[in-house]
Write a protein that binds this ligand. Structure first.
Ligand code: PLP
Length: 385
């Protein structure tokens, strides 16, 4: 029987004002969406990113779906993305009929390898969906340069990257469109939630329509039309005001939350550096021109068997460490989309078998973190590894 988990991978963090703001939203009498708290979140995220507009959505998945529709992706179109990502990055445009073209990742940040993109471009390529893994930026200058040279749209999957920066520019501000996640596993949360970031004004009007069931209700609310009607094929992509109220309590503490997470990440790195120097494991890589929001703390082991053994060792001591992702090109759906002949992505396949995420959340106590660190050290000491 598996030991009881005492130190989980993640715990939703409560910043303080969540319940008071939900009560305030109830008292204000508008619960559906785009009310007072939604507007506060929009303004805060627009100030943070410098975007033309940020619109809360029920999830990052929903925001990525909207982005795919806004780009007009459809059958015959190809989209470049990493295989090492969550399924939503691909699902968003595959459901529109477009095809994924999986490109390998960089060995250091585990982000889309910008040097491998050109070779994947064909006459059918329409977009690039870079994913900022663990809140560390992709090489956006190079990616945007390639996109501009080939007339491609860039949609940042910034699900994990709210508050991170690349060459002092906020992530989410570097593609024409971007998507954020506020799922309970992220840094800033509201249960389930997300946002579409519109950086290119040409997408704004249609974004508002797609988000509001395909109607021009936003124009009606602004008094720009005397009735609202069906304009386009949209869906229900407005986030609940109750989620926005919860989220605002988190976003107003954005800096504090990142600072606390960074403190925990630094302690892991300091405590594990000796093992890294002995090449027992690799610490997360954050290039000097990238400022991270400290979203995930993952180490890379020397091989898959060692990774699995360490994971098991931690579990036996009530500590949950996990791996992710199963590369999309090796998944049943990915194989089907690649006609049973998936590309060879050696870096993705190698690293996906060696990565291990450690427990990482603001409430992790010094004692708990000390225990995780101690167990990692005794794993290597006892096994004579
Ligand atoms: C890279 C990436 N993209 C998309 C998503 C989907 O986010 P959501 O759960 O808000 O739909 C996630 C969530 O884990 C993610 O990590």
């Amino acid at each position: 029987m598996a030991n009881e988990i005492r130190i989980p991978l993640n715990k939703p963090y409560i910043a303080g004002n969540e319940l008071a703001y939900i009560r305030e939203a109830v008292d204000r009498g508008q619960l559906a969406g785009d009310g007072w708290f939604s507007q506060r979140c929009h303004e805060l995220l627009e100030a943070q990113t410098g975007a033309v507009r940020v619109l809360l959505t029920p999830s990052c998945t929903a925001a990525l779906e909207m982005a795919s529709m806004l780009c007009g992706l459809g059958p015959g179109d190809e989209v470049i993305l990493p295989s090492y990502t969550f399924v939503s990055t691909a699902n968003a445009f595959v459901r529109e009929g477009a095809s994924p073209v999986f490109v390998d990742i960089r060995p250091d940040t585990m982000n889309l390898d910008e040097a491998a993109i050109e070779a994947a471009i064909t006459e059918h390529t329409r977009a690039i969906f870079p994913v900022h893994y663990a809140g560390v930026a992709c090489e956006m200058d190079a990616i945007n340069e390639i996109a501009n040279a080939h007339g491609l749209v860039v949609v940042e999957d910034a699900a994990q990257a709210v508050g991170s920066r690349y060459r002092d520019k906020p992530l989410g501000s570097l593609g024409q469109l971007a998507a954020f996640s506020f799922h309970e596993t992220k840094n800033f949360i509201c249960g389930e939630g997300g946002a579409l970031v519109v950086n290119d004004a040409q997408y704004l009007e249609r974004a508002e329509i797609l988000r509001d069931k395909g109607t021009d209700r936003q124009r009606f609310f602004r008094g720009e039309t005397d009735k609202y009607t069906w304009q386009d094929v949209g869906s229900s992509y407005v986030a609940s005001e109750l989620c926005a109220a919860f989220l605002y309590a988190q976003l107003e503490k954005l800096d504090e939350i990142v600072a606390r997470r960074s403190e925990i990440a630094d302690r892991y790195s300091d405590a594990l550096r000796g093992l890294a120097e002995k090449e027992r494991l690799r610490l997360p890589v954050v290039p000097p021109h990238c400022e991270t929001n400290a979203h995930i703390y993952s180490i890379v082991l020397s091989d898959e068997a060692t990774r699995d053994a360490l994971m098991q060792h931690l579990r036996e001591h009530g500590i949950l460490a996990v791996f992710h992702y199963v590369p999309l090109h090796t998944s049943p759906m990915g194989m089907q989309l690649c006609d049973g002949a998936p590309p060879k992505l050696p870096v993705t396949e190698d690293l996906a078998g060696r990565v291990l995420r450690l427990p990482f959340y603001p409430q992790l106590t010094a004692d708990e973190q000390g225990e995780v660190i101690e167990r990692i050290h005794d794993f290597f000491a006892r096994a004579g590894r």
